[in-house]
Ligand binder design. Structure first.
Ligand SMILES: NC(=O)c1ccc[n+]([C@@H]2O[C@H](COP(=O)([O-])OP(=O)(O)OC[C@H]3O[C@@H](n4cnc5c(N)ncnc54)[C@H](O)[C@@H]3O)[C@@H](O)[C@H]2O)c1
Length: 235
């Protein structure tokens, strides 16, 4: 199960897992094709119903949380309650709902893989992204806590922290920062050139990392946060 399957990175994860031979069910608030199912992860009842429904046919052995929203790029001092609530609810509470639904079922079956797509901002937010960063920091803590709880049951739980990946979310953020398309393109180019690998990340980069983390060979890898930043260092 992959959430945010219609998104730039989610679509890459779905493709990568299908290539690895898995049967994938993608879900999204706004499904963009016939294979993606409509699900709002902020609705805990709908999430439980979805798990029951799918699992009446086949177990969900792998959960990848790849849904998310970026915040309006504003300083904490200027952030209204509604924006705080929107970002925390989608990014953290939504991931909590799917993790909880998966955890109870995987624990019982004594096998499972959970990957939560967090963000570099979850560990090192830059100005204007403290709320988004806090929501992703909460996802990282959830990941670590779950890994400790579920390790004895053979379930691994890891977080992936992408840096700047080329998707519409990133283009929107750079447009907001740059003001014009030309300036946004210039900023993106400068960002790419500042990285050791001299390019921005892609959906395939995330898909490859997730495919490894959910593979049988990664059974000793749990409770980790994997940086996916093209070599940019942060703590
Ligand atoms: N693009 C980047 O540079 C970048 C960097 C770090 C982390 N991330 C994270 O990676 C994930 C995917 O990002 P993306 O770039 O593909 O963004 P995106 O906007 O292309 O995709 C996000 C998807 O999540 C879906 N979604 C939003 N709210 C939902 C809800 N309530 N229920 C179900 N689905 C919902 C959206 O409809 C969208 O299809 C997000 O968690 C994002 O925070 C992205």
């Amino acid at each position: 199960m992959v959430t945010g399957a219609s998104g730039g990175l989610g679509a890459g994860v779905v493709e990568s897992l299908r290539r690895a031979g898995m049967d994938v069910v993608g879900v999204d608030l706004r499904p963009d094709d016939s294979t993606t199912v409509s699900l709002d992860v902020t609705d805990s009842g709908a999430v439980e119903e979805f798990f029951d429904n799918v699992e009446s046919r086949a177990p969900i052995d792998v959960l990848v949380n790849c849904h998310g929203v970026l915040q309006d790029l504003t300083d904490v001092a200027d952030t209204p309650d509604a924006e705080l609530s929107r970002v925390m609810t989608v990014n953290f509470v939504g991931a909590f709902h799917t993790c909880r639904a998966a955890a109870s079922r995987m624990r019982e079956r004594r096998w499972g893989r959970i990957v939560n797509v967090a963000s570099q901002a979850g560990r090192a937010p830059w100005p204007g992204t403290a709320v988004y960063g806090a929501s992703k920091g909460a996802v990282i803590a959830l990941t670590q806590g779950l890994a400790a709880e579920l390790g004895p049951a053979g379930v691994t739980v890891n977080a992936v922290c992408p840096g700047v990946m080329l998707t519409s979310m990133t283009e929107g953020a750079f447009l907001s920062a740059g003001g014009t398309r030309e300036e946004a393109a210039r900023l993106l180019q400068a960002k790419a050139e500042s990285l050791p690998v001299r390019r921005l990340g892609t959906a395939e980069d995330v898909g490859s990392m997730v495919a490894y983390l959910v593979s049988p060979g990664a059974s000793f890898v749990t409770g980790t946060t994997q940086n996916l930043t093209g070599g940019e260092q942060y703590f």
